[in-house]
Design a protein around this ligand. Structure first.
Ligand code: EPZ
Length: 424
């Protein structure tokens, strides 16, 4: 286990290159295994979730070969429909194993997934989608047990916008017999990216990113090469960090259309933002003004940027309000921020940030990917030293996070955590 030792006071200066999207790569790796030829995914983020997903895929018979920043996936020999329980429960994206196995074998025994502790994370929308396609689904001993005589296309209205349920439905339906319509799907760029890959493999998906997706089932899928979209959440994290800490940073390898809401909110708070074709420059050398944010489904303000933006508001001038509308327990980082002097009141799905002039460094705990990076940003905004434990969470979602920050002039070091510290 390791932690980050962060020393505040340095402005951020220079440029940073955004990696391929973690959440898109999660879907793409399973989608690639629906084919029976090599699918090459280039410029993937080599984070620990990608390693876990490769282990899950191999456990069901998929060939996974890493080659630098690329991975070659071949699903020709999928034989096992029961991936190991302990592997599957490590992360949320493992739930896509069910869609993959149902799509290929018509059956799946997949453990209920794990993932960041940001609230209740049911999978009822995934299960209902599989049942709509003709699969029986029961929960037995912590496993989602899916049985079918082959999936048949159907119309599925998803009661609540869900990225995972939308993607899982696409994975199961592309090889089903007949036409599937998904109404009220998630419109996130990661959903669109997955549809683009599947169509490059020979699938027939129309309408990804709109209010209705139509999928015509095909017999089989072939190989191709695909580059995941840049990670809009990593890009947003570095943009928010630069505005909150102060500095002048160019964020390279971005799709500005995916960042409209965070660009708008940072400008409203007083940061200067210069948009290039596939890069964004953020300049800020003064105290920001506070703003209000409601998180929402795409193209709303991304829930994954809620914690980093909360840290920014903790030192902005005035009182700002964040309403977290997607997950029901995504304010856990606020208790830790209070240790650093933040003045924040939480009432159910709303947090009220009374901006303070200064934060002071303290030992804090990062409980999930986005909380962890947010506390690192807070440490870079604070006076003195902050120790952020739980670097393992950050490593799940950000590639070389501390190196990228050091290259921008941030005072951050990764150190091993003693067993006592881990137990504390
Ligand atoms: C994906 O999670 C992302 N994870 C999350 O990123 C992201 O925050 C989330 O989408 C929303 O954009 C991956 O892609 C691996 P949802 P997912 O299904 O698919 C409820 C990060 O930090 N819901 O869109 O699990 C759910 O509880 C992570 O990178 C049901 O009620 O999210 C939530 O309130 C965190 N039943 C809402 O829908 C279901 O069956 C949206 O969840 C499924 C979801």
């Amino acid at each position: 286990m390791s932690k980050f030792v962060v020393t505040g006071g340095n402005r951020l200066q220079g440029s940073v290159r955004v990696s391929g999207s973690k959440n898109s790569t999660s879907a793409l790796m399973f989608a690639a295994a629906l084919g029976k030829d090599d699918v090459i995914l280039t410029n993937i983020p080599l984070n620990s979730d990608v390693i876990t997903m490769s282990e899950i895929l191999r456990s069901i018979g998929v060939e996974v070969k890493f080659n630098g920043q690329s991975v070659i996936i071949n699903g020709a020999n999928i034989t096992n429909h029961q991936p190991p329980y302990e592997l599957v429960r490590r992360i949320r994206a493992s739930v896509y194993t069910a869609g993959l196995l149902l799509g290929r074998l018509g059956m799946a025994d997949v453990a209920m997934p794990g993932g960041d502790e940001i609230g209740t994370r049911p999978i009822d929308l995934h299960i209902r989608g599989f049942q709509t396609l003709g699969s029986e689904v029961t929960i037995e001993h912590g496993q989602m047990v899916c049985k079918s005589k082959g999936l048949k296309g159907a119309t599925y209205y998803i009661n609540k916008v869900s990225v995972g349920a939308t993607i899982n439905m696409m994975l199961a339906a592309v090889l089903a017999e007949g036409v599937t319509i998904i109404d009220n799907p998630a419109k996130e760029p990661e959903v669109v990216d997955c549809a683009i890959l599947l169509n490059s493999m020979g699938a027939k998906i129309r309408g990804a990113g709109t209010a209705s997706i139509k999928i015509e089932g095909v017999e089989s899928l072939h190989g191709c090469e695909h580059t995941p979209i840049p990670d809009r959440i990593e890009a947003g994290t570095f943009m928010i960090a630069t505005a909150a800490i102060g500095g002048d940073v160019q964020v390279n390898n971005v799709i500005t259309e995916h960042l409209r809401m965070v660009i708008s909110k940072l400008r409203e708070a007083g940061a200067e933002i210069i948009e290039g074709d596939n890069d964004i420059r953020i300049i800020c050398n003064h105290r920001l003004k506070t703003v209000d944010v409601d998180t929402g489904v795409y193209p709303g303000f991304a829930t994954d940027l809620q914690a980093p933006f909360g840290v920014l508001l903790s030192k902005a001038e005035g009182t700002g309000i964040i309403c977290e509308t997607v997950f029901d327990n995504r304010f856990r980082y606020i208790d830790e921020l209070r240790r650093m002097g933040a003045d924040i009141k939480v009432e159910r799905d709303t947090a009220i940030f009374r901006g303070v002039e200064r934060l002071s460094g303290a030992p804090v705990v990062g409980t999930d990917i986005r909380a962890g990076v947010s506390l690192v940003i807070a440490g870079l905004m604070a006076e003195g030293v902050t120790e952020v434990s739980g670097a393992c969470h950050i490593d799940r979602g950000y590639e070389n996070f501390d190196e990228k920050l050091r290259d921008l002039g941030a005072g951050i070091q990764r150190v091993a955590e003693s067993l006592e510290e881990v137990k504390a």
